[in-house]
Design a protein around this ligand. Structure first.
Ligand code: SF4
Length: 238
């Protein structure tokens, strides 16, 4: 009956898929939401993202250190996965590892890390307790250059999966790059501050990166206001 209606074949053997790979790739790209288990072409970015989005913490932690999806793997000492409470209400997201982070494998270390710890303490938070810290990129861009768009595209599924696993109540984007990347915006950090944005359905607040604050001390007061705003926002959600 289906053949008569021009709708057959409905099922094909898996072995037949290879011959239709190009056709399936186009179909997968054309269909909204095709990046799931259904319709993602083998080896495509959609299939890679779908695979990452199925990972649990252990699988994710095994996948990132061996990732070679962008050129940054060639110059890294090690990946910087992220640290903290895997059930945290607070998720802090920075840009990418710097030299110290690349050496130690932990985000926000050195002077910027000390300042971040002090900022957290000021709102009664502590690294590792109800706080998770990660970067948009898991590998250090050489010479601390700005990340490239394709590097962000390759790495962002890891952060997306971390967010899905943590299920934070609030995200704090630290610095211009993290804010612009997560909000897909070119707006200045000054214009993005003071507003509750959303990322993947989670409220997101923008503030300065601690490394920037070390060079621009007057803006520390603004970061303090941002943290108070973030704390008020989180409390209002409870
Ligand atoms: Fe993989 Fe991300 Fe490192 Fe690129 S930056 S190699 S996508 S982990």
């Amino acid at each position: 009956m289906l053949a008569e209606m021009g709708l057959a074949p409905v099922w094909r053997l898996r072995a037949d898929r290879g011959a239709r790979g190009g056709e399936e790739t186009r179909a997968a790209r054309a269909e909204p939401g095709a990046a799931g288990e259904r319709g993602a072409a083998p080896g495509s970015a959609a299939e890679r993202e779908a695979t990452i989005m199925r990972m649990d913490w252990d699988a994710l932690k095994r996948a990132v250190p061996v990732c070679t999806a962008c050129e940054l793997h060639k110059s890294r000492t090690q990946t910087v996965f992220g640290v903290g409470d895997q059930r945290a209400e607070w998720l802090l997201v920075g840009e990418a590892p710097g030299a110290e982070e690349d050496r130690l494998g932990e985000p926000f270390v050195g002077q910027a890390g000390k300042l971040l710890d002090a900022m957290l303490a000021a709102i009664d938070l502590k690294r590792g307790e109800n706080v998770y810290i990660a970067n948009v990129l898991k590998c250090r861009p050489p010479g601390n250059r700005n990340p490239e768009a394709h590097e962000v595209a390759q790495c962002s599924p890891y952060l997306l999966r971390q967010i899905a696993l943590i299920r934070p109540k609030l995200i704090v984007a630290m610095g211009r790059f993290a804010a612009q990347t997560l909000l897909n915006s070119d707006a200045s950090i000054a214009s993005l501050r003071g507003t509750v944005h959303r990322f993947a359905g989670v409220p997101l607040i923008v503030t300065y990166h601690p490394a920037y604050l070390l060079r621009n001390l007057p803006d520390k007061a603004k970061a303090w206001h941002d943290l108070l705003f973030a704390r008020r926002t989180l409390r209002s959600l409870k």
